[in-house]
Ligand binder design. Structure first.
Ligand code: SF4
Ligand code: SF4
Ligand code: SF4
Length: 410
């Protein structure tokens, strides 16, 4: 076992391999507050990658309704229960020990899924879901915890649900990779994308068992496991549309609710993000601290980040996203002027935005949110590609067009 640094946990942890030499890491921010569960992302992925025989139950992208829904059923409750059983009453954070980028959420004092495993028979604590659990990817859709009461207001709703959008996290410390006895899973140095070599895989399903997010899936027709490939041809820029430059993945580009922003961040040999102040993902995760990893306590250092839903009881969200939740919701509810501008970049371009610049605009409104006054400025944000060329320019106020009074011939 090697000792590696997990900045999301604020401490070193045990992992099967030492850190790789990734230069860039695939990452994304999903804004839960905006998702309408239209499943366009799920269908975009399925119609591109998993429409063949044997892939019928395979949804590399899925959107489930929390707290009751899950794909496979109860995946997170099951792994949380296994971890609690292995380390009863001690799966806790010390949020007071926050410090900069190396420990932004404090220190996790419990055990990760690598640390609760015996390291002889299993490299990772996990389980294989029975086939029935994969059969209803949208079970309990729109099911709230209680009937909505009249006059419900923030900060938390009495009856609540929310949509959780999920793909493979292309983790910095992938559990699937650590568990594979064939060494068939690898993490690419150039972009941190985690792939399964179909020629080496023998379908032992150790990755299916190990992935806490259950994003490695078994295909009976080929007797191998498969998973999200981060649409790597698009990331590599092979699509003519972007003229050889990195392009966002199918599930991101298709998002109707404009909840997704995907990119590539620079990382060092310890897997920590190198300071890159003008990268929109760096800004959202490390400066505004408005976006958080999903179940960081599992220990895989996932690379999809979520802006938590504002209306959900905080204890539930703290378990799901760690102790940074309260600050993240405060930062989203009363956003900095810069955050408002950066949020406009979501789904503004299919090309990956590597940096941005903001041109200040005039004050256009004064509003009150939760008793606090806020000013709105119509700033312009400009996004640049990997060569520093402008790819998108959007304003905070969306331009509107008025239809002429006279109807057309239809
Ligand atoms: S396409 Fe976007 S809005 Fe629709 S379900 Fe997927 S993440 Fe949500
Ligand atoms: S989410 Fe699961 S399948 Fe994806 S890299 Fe992490 S451990 Fe592997
Ligand atoms: S990144 Fe590509 S392969 Fe992965 S879930 Fe999204 S569409 Fe599917």
């Amino acid at each position: 076992m090697a000792k590696v640094y997990n900045w999301q946990l604020g401490r070193e942890m045990d992992y099967r391999f030492p850190n790789g030499k990734a230069k860039r890491q695939f990452a994304a921010v999903f804004n839960i507050n905006r998702c309408i569960a239209c499943q366009t992302c799920s269908m975009a992925c399925k119609s591109t990658w998993t429409f063949s025989p044997g892939q019928e139950l395979m949804w590399w992208n899925n959107v489930e309704t929390k707290p009751y829904g899950g794909y496979p059923n109860h995946w997170d409750v099951n792994i949380l229960a296994l971890q609690e059983k292995a380390n009863p009453g001690a799966q806790v954070w010390d949020a007071a020990r926050r410090s900069g980028r190396a420990a932004p959420y404090g220190v996790f004092e419990g055990k990760t899924i690598f640390e609760t495993a015996d390291q002889v028979n299993n490299m990772v604590t996990g389980y294989i879901p029975p086939e029935a659990d994969w059969k209803a990817p949208n079970i309990h859709e729109d099911t709230a915890t209680a009937a909505p009461a009249a006059g419900v207001t923030l900060p938390e709703h009495g009856g609540w649900f929310f949509y959780l959008q999920r793909i493979c996290n292309h983790c910095s410390y992938p559990a699937c990779l650590a568990a594979c006895p064939r060494n068939a899973i690898y993490k690419r140095e150039e972009d941190g994308i985690v792939l399964i070599d179909q020629n080496r895989c023998r379908g032992y399903r150790k990755c299916v068992e190990a992935c806490p997010y259950k994003k490695s899936m078994y295909r009976p027709s080929t007797r191998t496991s498969e998973k999200c490939i981060a649409c790597y041809p698009r990331i590599e820029g092979s699509d003519p549309l972007t003229e050889g430059l990195p392009m966002e993945t199918r599930c991101m580009a298709a998002c109707v609710g404009k909840i997704r922003l995907q990119g590539l961040v620079r990382v060092d040999d310890r897997g920590e993000w190198i300071e890159d102040r003008q990268n929109p993902l760096y800004y959202l995760v490390h400066v505004a601290k408005v976006a958080l990893p999903l179940y960081p306590q599992f220990g895989t250092q996932p690379n999809v980040y979520y802006i938590p839903p504002r209306w959900v009881p905080r204890p539930y969200l703290r378990q799901m996203f760690g102790p940074g939740v309260d600050d993240a919701i405060a930062a989203y509810t009363h956003p900095e002027r810069e955050t408002v501008a950066v949020l406009q970049l979501f789904r503004a371009s299919q090309r990956i935005v590597f940096s941005y610049k903001i041109e200040p605009g005039p004050k256009t409104a004064e509003i009150t949110v939760g008793g606090q006054k806020r000013e709105i400025f119509n700033d312009t944000i400009i996004g640049y590609d990997s060569n520093g060329k402008e790819v998108v320019r959007v304003t905070v106020d969306e331009p509107t067009a008025e239809r002429p009074g006279q109807l057309n011939s239809i």
